[in-house]
Structures are given as structure tokens and as C-alpha cells.
Design a protein around this ligand. Structure first.
Ligand SMILES: [Zn+2]
Length: 530
């Protein structure tokens, strides 16, 4: 029995009922203004304290139901009490999240008088975090300090506010999330849901007309959500039959369509592999590169079992990223060229920040894609371990700034974090190995080889994409050779003792056995333990 339970959130899209988007949008037309008005009404120090101090208690219990009301077109709207509790809960959660920010703000104002606000933001954050921890013994998340400081800088430098004599609640006016509702804070009251093998059956309380006046104007409506195939065994195995607090969102697409999304958070059992079937240690060896983001090969007991898989980069995407960089260089050039008081400088600064944020999102998306593909391959071929190069050793090639920035510090850290956490969920082991010389030694005979431009060429080309071994005449793509050598290093590490240090030139060669096909028999699939 595995005790570790991972709660993850899954979004289900309602597909069966074509009328539902209209109905949900009508619901949000009522809920949205009611939430905003309630938030505005009770935004005070008293509520901040009351909600913030007891984070365990449901928020709606601290907010009286009578506070929730809405007047539309001079008619007062009737909300069923369970709906009012939903709205109160949503508002309570917003206020609760502001409580920590308020504490952070108050702590920062204490130390700020002795610190210069105009200096670089990162240094400022560092200084404030250090002072708070050392002299006041208060610790906040780095990002929260950063965001609060950004706010304070705007207030002080731009609007010339005297923040030391103002209170947090007067400075900040929080906003309600758009088209987002915490459903059913009191379980099963406003949204009844039942789970069967394949579906989640819902019953929603929704308004019949635009401005409901009495209980009669609200009805229950049935809806059915499909549980995706890959989730079913995990849900079946999890001990808790019901998901946690659902959320309802209305997604507005660019083409004008509205899609209601129900988001459930499930506490699911961890997936571990069926080790009887995978008796031998099967490894997915991965070489990370700049031209091909990843090249992988399945190996087991010193033998190579599959042909290489090349994950190639999306060319359009690369062009797009390059274009972003061109824009950045141009903007930076202009920012240094003109004096700071120049009229367009502020606009340029904003534009620069926007492009940086865009790039960051882009890269984050790429990293997620890469990790998902690697894990998919590993589970499909029944690997229990992923051997990957240790990114700490990575040094970008000299004179290739265009390529090297694709693997910046930030992205490497992110890649590592995501791969490790996701592999844990899949029950896979990640082993990092030193990638030194992995693309210059022959995986078949362990001798040193050459880099060439294309197969058939016999002269050395240091920028060539191919590897050629003059001893056994083995010739292959460099990334592929890199992946095989990563496996050799991994195997040597498993066998090596403290006395006997391995070198890549003495590690055992890997031979090609035969291609394995992905196991699709019932026993071959990842097995879920309960
Ligand atoms: Zn060779």
C-alpha cells in the first residue's frame, strides 16, 4: 500500500449540453457583480484579521449571509442561501490571500525608511529580505516581497503617496476573479456530484431567468462530464472516492465561444511500476542538445534496445524566439542611447518587460512539453530510470551566444525541477551523470572518434553534426552517440567503486540488440498500486 497521495487538479470540459454555456454565463452575470460588491463592502481590517488568523475555518462561516445581496435594474436579486455561501467563500478566499500581503507590507514599511527605494529591484528585494530575517525574524516568500516592493515603489515614486501614514486597506482595492466561482464550500449543497466509472454526474443550481426574484426562479440542472481514459485507473485506485472542492470557470475563447470548465482536485494514489514485469533495469538515456532539444534511446543490461528518438525543435517557434531577441536588442540599444527623461523611454521600458515576460512563458511551455514527451517515452517502453546529463556541468559553446541563451540558467533549473517532480509522480528514477566527452568517444568500441559534417566525409569538422569512429568505422548522429554514451557513463557509475574510478574511454561499449516495440499487453502497462 502506498501512503503518499498526490492531490492534483483536473479540468473537465462539459460537452454534452449545448445550452450550458449560455446558462453558466447567465449565472456569472449575477455572481460576478455580487462578488465584487460584497468584496467592496466588507474590505476592512476587521475582516482581514478575522479571516487571516484562522485559515483552517471555511471562510463563509465568518461572513454573514445577509451581507450578500445584489440589486440589478432596481430589482433585488434572489440568491438561494447556498449560492450566497459560495459567493461569501469566494470573497473570503480573496481577503484571506490579502492578509499575508498586508503582513508583508507592514513588515517592509518598518525597514524601508533606511533603504534607498530607487536602486535596482533585485538588490532591493535581497536587502529587504535579509534585514527582515535578521533583525525582525520575519520570513516571507521572495516573490511576495518583490511584488510588494514593486507596488510600494509605484505608490511612493510615481504617485508620491505617504505610505507610512496610510493603511494597507486604503492603498489596495482587491478585485474579484473573473468568471471563477468556488463551488460547494459546504459539500454537496450547491453542486451535487456523483462519480461513476466513466462519468461525473453533476446537478447544478442555476437561475431560470436573468433576474431571479424568488426560489422558484432557480432550478437544478443535470450535467455529465467524461472522465478521461488515462485518469480512470488512478481514480479507481485512490482511496478517497470523491474529489475536493470543485471550481467552476467560464472560459471565453478568442472566437467568441464560451466553454464552461469544472475543475476538481483529486487526491490520487501514486503510480509505481510493476517491477515483476520489468525485472531488468531498463533505462532511457537522454542527451540534451541545442539543435535537437533531446535525443533518447532505450537501453538495458549493457544493450541498446531501440533506435534513437529525436525530439526536434519547432522551427517556427525558434524563429519566433529569435525575433523576440532582436526586438530586445533594439529596445536596449535605444534605452541606453537616449537620456532617461526622454518621453518614449518609459514606454520602451514597459515594452521590454512585456517581451521578456512573453519569452519566459514561451520557454516554460517548451520545457513542459519536453518533460512530458520524455516521461511518455519512458513509461511506454517500460523504463524504470531516466539517465540524463547533469546540467550543472553544462557550459555553452564559445561564440554561440544565439544558441547558448536557449539553455539559460533559469531554464535549466526549471527543467530539472519539473522533471524531478513529474518523474516522482510516475514512479521513475532520475539519475544525472557527468556529460563530459560524451559526444567524442565511440559507444561501440570506446575509442576516441571524430566530428564530421556528413556521413561519408572523412575530414574533421568541429561544428559537424555527425560522429565518425576511425577504429571501427561507426558513424552516427552526434546527439545519438551522446545518448548512448550517457548510458555508458550511467552503467559505469553503477559498477564503479571508490577505488576504481571510471573514465569514458574504459567504460564498456554498448551493442545494438534489437528494436523493442512499446509493450501494449495488459501486463506491460504501468501498474497502479493501491
Ligand atoms: Zn568505434
Amino acid at each position: 500500500m502506498s501512503k503518499s497521495i498526490v492531490a492534483r487538479s483536473y479540468a473537465f470540459r462539459a460537452r454534452h449540453n449545448l445550452m450550458l454555456p449560455t446558462v453558466i454565463s447567465r449565472l456569472f452575470d449575477l455572481v460576478q457583480p455580487a462578488t465584487e460588491q460584497l468584496l467592496h463592502r466588507i474590505w476592512s481590517n476587521a475582516y482581514l484579521e478575522r479571516l487571516g488568523i484562522n485559515p483552517g475555518i471555511k471562510a463563509y462561516k465568518s461572513i454573514p449571509e445577509s451581507e450578500v445581496y445584489l440589486v440589478l435594474n432596481q430589482q433585488s436579486v434572489y440568491f438561494p442561501s447556498r449560492m450566497r455561501r459560495c459567493i461569501a467563500e469566494a470573497v473570503g478566499e480573496i481577503i484571506r490571500s490579502q492578509y499575508k500581503r498586508k503582513l508583508c507590507f507592514e513588515a517592509i514599511t518598518k525597514v524601508l525608511q533606511s533603504i534607498d527605494l530607487k536602486q535596482d529591484l533585485n538588490t532591493l528585494v535581497q536587502q529587504v529580505a535579509y534585514t527582515l530575517e535578521k533583525f525582525y525574524n520575519q520570513k516571507f516568500k521572495w516573490n511576495m516581497i518583490r511584488q510588494t516592493l514593486q507596488l510600494i515603489r509605484r505608490w511612493v515614486l510615481k504617485y508620491k503617496l505617504d505610505i507610512w501614514n496610510l493603511e494597507y486597506i486604503n492603498l489596495v482595492k482587491p478585485k474579484a476573479g473573473k468568471n471563477f466561482l468556488t463551488y460547494g464550500p459546504d459539500d454537496n449543497q450547491v453542486l451535487k456530484y456523483m462519480k461513476s466509472r466513466r462519468y461525473i454526474h453533476l446537478e447544478l443550481k442555476i437561475p431560470k431567468i436573468a433576474v431571479p426574484q424568488s426560489p422558484k426562479d432557480w432550478i437544478w440542472r443535470k450535467e455529465r462530464l467524461d472522465i478521461p481514459l488515462k485518469l480512470r485507473p488512478r481514480i479507481r485506485a485512490s482511496k478517497r472516492q470523491r474529489p475536493f472542492r470543485p471550481h467552476l470557470r467560464l472560459l471565453k475563447l478568442k472566437n467568441g465561444l464560451q466553454v464552461p470548465i469544472f475543475q476538481f482536485s483529486w487526491p490520487l494514489a501514486k503510480v509505481t511500476l510493476n517491477y515483476e514485469y520489468y525485472s531488468k533495469k531498463r533505462v532511457l538515456a537522454v542527451d540534451l542538445g541545442l539543435v535537437n532539444p533531446a535525443t533518447s534511446v532505450v537501453c538495458e543490461a549493457g544493450l541498446q534496445l531501440s533506435t534513437p528518438f529525436f525530439l526536434s525543435a519547432n522551427q517556427r517557434r525558434l524563429h519566433y524566439i529569435e525575433r523576440c531577441y532582436t526586438q530586445i536588442t533594439q529596445l536596449q540599444h535605444k534605452l541606453t542611447k537616449y537620456p532617461e527623461i526622454h518621453t518614449k523611454q518609459a514606454k520602451r521600458q514597459r515594452e521590454l518587460e512585456r517581451i521578456h515576460a512573453k519569452l519566459q512563458r514561451c520557454r516554460q511551455q517548451d520545457v513542459y512539453q519536453l518533460v512530458n514527451q520524455l516521461l511518455k517515452q519512458a513509461t511506454l517502453y517500460g523504463c524504470t530510470t531516466i539517465a540524463i546529463e547533469d546540467l550543472r556541468f553544462y557550459t555553452p559553446p564559445k561564440g554561440m551566444s544565439k544558441l547558448s541563451r536557449k539553455l539559460s540558467n533559469w531554464i535549466r533549473g526549471l527543467f530539472k525541477a519539473i522533471l524531478e517532480s513529474k518523474a516522482k509522480q510516475h514512479g521513475l528514477q532520475i539519475i544525472a551523470v557527468n556529460p563530459a566527452y560524451t559526444s567524442s568517444y565511440c559507444p561501440r568500441c570506446s575509442k576516441k572518434g571524430l566530428k564530421i559534417r556528413e556521413p561519408g566525409f572523412k575530414w574533421v569538422d568541429t561544428k559537424g553534426r555527425y560522429f565518425y569512429c576511425p577504429h571501427c568505422y561507426y558513424c552516427a548522429d552526434r546527439d545519438y552517440v551522446g545518448a548512448l554514451n550517457i548510458y555508458r557513463v550511467y552503467r559505469a557509475l553503477q559498477r564503479s567503486t571508490k577505488k576504481q574510478k571510471y573514465t569514458i574511454s574504459t567504460a564498456r561499449p554498448v551493442f545494438y540488440k534489437k528494436m523493442v516495440s512499446p509493450p501494449n499487453r495488459p501486463g506491460g502497462k504501468p501498474h497502479v498500486t493501491t
